[in-house]
Design a protein around this ligand. Sequence first.
Ligand SMILES: Nc1ncnc2c1ncn2[C@@H]1O[C@H](COP(=O)(O)OP(=O)(O)OP(=O)(O)O)[C@@H](O)[C@H]1O
Ligand SMILES: [Mg+2]
Length: 157
Amino acid sequence: MHELLDSTLLMLSGKFGQRITVVKEYDHTLPRVPAYPAELNQVWTNLIDNAVAAMQAGDGKGTLTVRTARENDRLLVEFGDTGTGIPPEVRDRVFDPFFTTKPVGEGTGLGLDISWRIVVNKHHGTLRFDSEPGDTRFQVLLPLTAPAPDDTSEESA
Ligand SMILES: Nc1ncnc2c1ncn2[C@@H]1O[C@H](COP(=O)(O)OP(=O)(O)OP(=O)(O)O)[C@@H](O)[C@H]1O
Ligand SMILES: [Mg+2]
């Protein structure tokens, strides 16, 4: 997971510029988890992209904190940003397809919809957030073990 996060961060390093600091808080005692790396790379990219946009919408400065931890029988990957935050009136809609607060031509509003499908449907995980101005955290929780083989979900691959 940490290799995957590092490679996504490296891929996106051009986006951060001088004004965004990246802090990694990895729990190196975590075990490997079963996952689809290409799809998770897409999730990390979407979440980091949103975090950077929220910080650039403020004064342009900020800190992106990528944290991993164990939470009971799940792996937590958290992306924290010091950006504008998600206003209460839009909190129920951020995962809706095509919901965006970005100017026309800048966002399609699909990033979180796609991320939801990858995390929840494909990985049987959880995607959630906590947000206040200056402190927004998107959290992905992934099961530490693969789902049972008799799992009947149509999304399991
Ligand atoms: N970290 C964040 N801080 C503040 N607002 C956020 C954050 N992440 C998401 N949002 C809000 O949720 C909306 C939807 O996010 P989503 O990633 O689905 O679409 P988008 O970023 O607008 O467009 P796209 O991802 O398709 O380029 C954003 O337009 C923004 O209003
Ligand atoms: Mg987005």
